[in-house]
Design a protein around this ligand. Structure first.
Ligand code: XMP
Length: 326
């Protein structure tokens, strides 16, 4: 009989045993896995843990605030936020190819995280201490998928920027390694984490960067964020969060169509709704969202989001379509 209280007690004891007096860092993504892993480690070793949150500017509305305010308030975790929004925009300027965008975002992310980690390592060193551990929110399905091995992580090995100290090598702490997603959520709730984080649907690492078909710009991000917030609010209000695995909202920035609004002709962009039902994201079907809910979303987006004059629904299963458009 599974009990989140006893799993927490067991993991806390294991973490204490592994880490002892050592210092530990954890990257937060805004998602449930890293948040719960961090909360567990904090429960075990308190301020020996420092979390790093990279704001790459590709987050959805309110996500940074949820991490900086709600997550911190509910856990007491020490948090360093790196505001890298401009850096990512600059790196993505002029790039439309999806794989290229993914590569750039991944590269900038590692660089930024590494820079913040290095600063913490140096700070600890100045205090005569060493940061030896890195928390990862690896779940049981991830362990099975990757063949099981784990141990140390050298952030440096992901790319070829020279000059980083040898110290930037960490032993991994993976308190969620035996758990499934629903168990992780239960533990997060037991630990008092905000529902907006614990109940969050899957969201890709490259974020809104791969939900703009075309070049990523600040204006387009703002527009997409507004549309996405409306979709999330209306799906939640309609009680569809259980049925829907996730609902990417995609801006077709390279497409324009003619419309009419008030007295005038418009020439705006379409927004695509991609609600899917799935067990594991390997296959998916498009969710039969009630017409009234779709109508409300469509009305709100075209009325409230300047530059969007059309809302379309993606009715493709996976396969052949992927869940994301890029
Ligand atoms: P696709 O589009 O391949 O997505 O059907 C399957 C699941 O994976 C998520 N996804 C990603 N997650 N980095 C991530 O962390 C990525 O680059 C990425 N691409 C897709 C997607 O949201 C869905 O849940």
């Amino acid at each position: 009989d599974w009990n989140s209280g006893s799993v927490i007690a067991e993991q806390v004891a294991k973490i204490r045993e592994q880490i002892g007096e050592g210092r530990v860092i954890c990257g937060l993504s805004g998602g449930v896995d890293s948040a719960v892993a961090a909360a567990l480690v904090h429960e075990a070793v308190g301020d020996q843990l420092v979390c790093i949150f990279v704001d790459h500017g590709l987050l959805r509305a309110d996500e940074r605030r949820q991490v900086e305010e709600d997550f911190v308030a509910s856990t007491g975790v020490r948090l360093v936020t790196v505001d890298a929004r401009q850096q990512f925009l600059d790196a993505l300027a002029g790039v439309s190819d999806p794989e290229q965008k993914r590569k750039i975002i991944g590269r900038e992310f590692i660089r930024t995280f590494e820079g913040a980690a290095e600063a913490l390592v140096l700070e600890a060193k100045a205090e005569g201490d060493k940061v030896r551990y890195l928390v990862q929110g690896t779940l049981y399905p991830d362990v099975v998928e990757s063949g099981g091995g784990a141990g140390t992580a050298n952030i440096k090995s992901h790319h070829n920027v020279g000059g980083l100290p040898e110290d930037l090598q960490f032993e991994l702490v993976e308190p969620l390694r035996t758990l499934f997603k629903d168990e992780v959520r239960a533990i997060g709730r037991e630990l008092g984490l905000p529902e907006a984080i614990v109940g969050r649907q899957p969201f890709p690492g490259p974020g809104l960067g791969i939900r703009i078909v075309g070049e990523v710009t600040e204006e387009r991000l703002e527009l997409l964020r507004a549309a996405d917030a409306i979709v999330r609010a209306e799906l939640t209000a309609a009680g569809l969060d259980e049925e829907i695995w996730q609902c990417p909202v995609v801006l077709l920035a390279d497409v324009r169509s003619v419309g009419v609004q008030g007295d005038g002709r418009t020439y705006g962009h379409p927004i695509v709704l991609r609600p899917v039902s799935s067990e594991d994201a390997m296959t998916a079907d498009w969710t039969r969202v009630p017409f009234e809910v779709l109508a409300k979303i469509s009305n709100r987006i075209t009325n409230e989001v300047a530059g969007v004059n059309r809302v379309v629904l993606d009715v493709t299963s996976k396969p052949p379509g992927t869940i994301e458009w890029e």
